[in-house]
Design a binder for this molecule. Structure first.
Ligand code: GTP
Ligand code: MG
Length: 154
């Protein structure tokens, strides 16, 4: 059985502007994932460049950092069994045009550069720790039990 783990998720500026933050939170909550940290911030240029460091050499890097700093975002940490992989599934393919209906990107987005939500890459084992550290201090993440946990897990 997979481990319970914490994963980093962020509602992007388009989600805030389009009123989709609640929908993103709802989908993760209803799946059974537990919210253990959240903020409402505007990213600095330096934070954006660090967040997307893996894409520094890509032709779309400037558009990416301009967009992610263009308005408020909602960084979050979610916890649950196999959380990183499950969240990527709920979010859908990077390109909304390829994302399956029923996924967040497949239901709410059309364009690669406006794909509503970010989540840590489940194929990069260091991604969660790196991204959580970028936005949260340890004491800002809350340990608690959700009342439905005995009904979610065997
Ligand atoms: P994030 O959760 O935002 O990191 O998306 P991802 O992990 O699904 O994709 P990836 O990390 O590969 O790319 C980061 C972001 O860059 C994507 O969310 C896209 O918005 C954007 N992006 C990726 N590839 C392209 C591209 O070929 N062209 C453009 N314009 N944007 C891209
Ligand atoms: Mg990524």
């Amino acid at each position: 059985m997979s481990e319970r783990e914490r994963t980093f998720v962020m509602a992007k500026p388009d989600a805030v502007q389009r009123g989709l933050v609640g929908e993103i939170v709802s989908r993760l909550e209803e799946r059974g994932l537990k919210l253990v940290g959240a903020k409402f911030i505007r990213m600095s240029q330096a934070q954006a460049e660090e967040h997307y460091a893996e894409h520094t050499d890509k032709p779309f890097f400037d558009d990416l950092t301009d967009f992610i700093t263009s308005g408020p975002v909602v960084p979050m940490v979610w916890e649950g069994q196999d959380a990183t992989r499950q969240v990527r599934g709920i979010i859908g393919d990077t390109d909304p045009a390829e994302a399956a209906p029923g996924t967040i990107r497949g239901d709410y987005a059309l364009d690669l550069g406006r794909n509503v939500v970010h989540a840590a890459d489940h194929e990069d084992p260091g991604a969660n720790e790196r991204e959580i550290d970028l936005y949260f201090d340890e004491e800002e993440l809350v340990d608690y039990e959700r009342i439905d946990e005995t009904w979610l897990y065997e």
